[in-house]
Design a binder for this molecule. Structure first.
Ligand code: UVW
Length: 320
């Protein structure tokens, strides 16, 4: 609708660092390469209590699921149930066992999900320099499959921006910067370490279930992290492998200065190979972290192995 950019994204990101070629010309998992066995053990060392949390939103919720405008939320359809048997249409197995079956239609970006590194691009070029034409008819480069084959395990850290600002959720279009992120971490008494899986709570996805749907989508502009040269430099130097948030797109919908839409998708995902995990459910985990003061944990995630996929649904598990 009213979105308008003053400059192209390539100009906004001019001279920003890139990790292309860092892991060879065939790499498709980017920053996940930082998650070595040593990093897995660092994650394991942060397990103190044996508490577990799952970070996927429910799929096919009666209210509908929160998705990027223009996408449709997942639809589950029964194709076999007791009704079929009652109408004489259920297959009769020897011994009379009966069953129920269903089918799911969904956008692969339509629930909590891992993005493929090639999911968003500019200048006709994907992460690692792959030609954007390799996305045609199904991604053959930098798809979600290599990410799913690998799995994601490391030390996770939660930064609660909503709590930091003293509100249940950040408002429409509310921004926060690299500096705000550092201030929130400090107030929590936590320190983001090199190679941490960075999880940022805004409260936004949780708010979907507490408000009228129309209000959530009205003049759609999610709250989120804003682009800056310092932020990109920090992600680069800290070698952050994975950014997880409870918003649909992990960043402010449009950069408030340039108007460029989703610049961090290009600055972090395409240029640095930071894997994005979106639409995460973080409210329960955050409540617990605020109670016991433990904001770091073992983070594990196994996105579905979708061949040529631009993304894949996931239910990450966190162990504190
Ligand atoms: C878009 O592709 C628009 O965003 P997302 O990464 O949130 O799926």
């Amino acid at each position: 609708g009213s979105l308008r950019a003053e400059i192209p994204v390539t100009e906004l990101l001019k001279d920003d660092p890139k990790n292309w070629g860092r892991w060879g010309p065939d790499d498709e998992v980017g920053g996940l390469n930082f998650l070595t066995s040593q990093e897995v053990l660092r994650g394991v060392q942060s397990v103190k209590q044996g508490k577990t949390f799952t970070l996927q939103i429910q799929m096919c919720h009666p209210k509908g699921d929160p998705v990027w405008p223009g996408r449709k939320d997942p639809v589950r359809i029964n194709v076999m149930d007791k009704g079929h048997y009652m109408c004489g249409k259920g297959p009769v197995f020897p011994g009379h066992a009966e069953y129920a079956d269903d089918v799911l239609f969904m956008y692969l970006q339509g629930s909590t999900q891992y993005d493929a590194l090639g999911h968003v691009w500019c200048d006709d070029t994907l992460y690692n320099g792959y030609d954007a034409r390799t996305t045609a008819g199904g991604m053959t480069k930098a798809s979600v499959l290599p990410i799913a084959e690998r799995g994601i395990v490391g030390r996770g850290i939660l930064i609660d921006m909503a709590r930091h600002r003293g509100k249940p959720w950040l408002e429409r279009a509310e921004t926060f910067t690299h500096e705000d992120l550092m201030a929130a971490a400090e107030k929590q008494g936590t320190k983001i370490e090199k190679h941490d899986i960075l999880i940022i709570r805004t409260g936004w996805i949780g708010s979907y279930y507490k408000r009228e749907k129309d209000e959530f989508y009205k003049d759609f502009m999610e709250p989120g992290l804003t682009y800056s040269k310092e932020l990109v430099k920090w992600f680069h130097e800290m070698e952050i492998p994975n950014l997880v948030t409870d918003t649909i797109a992990n960043e402010i919908t449009a950069d408030p200065v340039s108007g460029v839409v989703l610049p961090l998708h290009n600055a972090l995902m395409r240029n640095l190979g930071v894997t994005f995990t979106e639409i995460a459910a973080l409210d329960d985990l955050a409540d617990d972290c605020a109670k016991d003061g433990q904001w770091t944990f073992l983070y594990t995630a196994a996105p579905l192995k979708v061949v040529n996929g631009t993304g894949a649904p996931v239910n990450p598990v966190v162990i504190k």
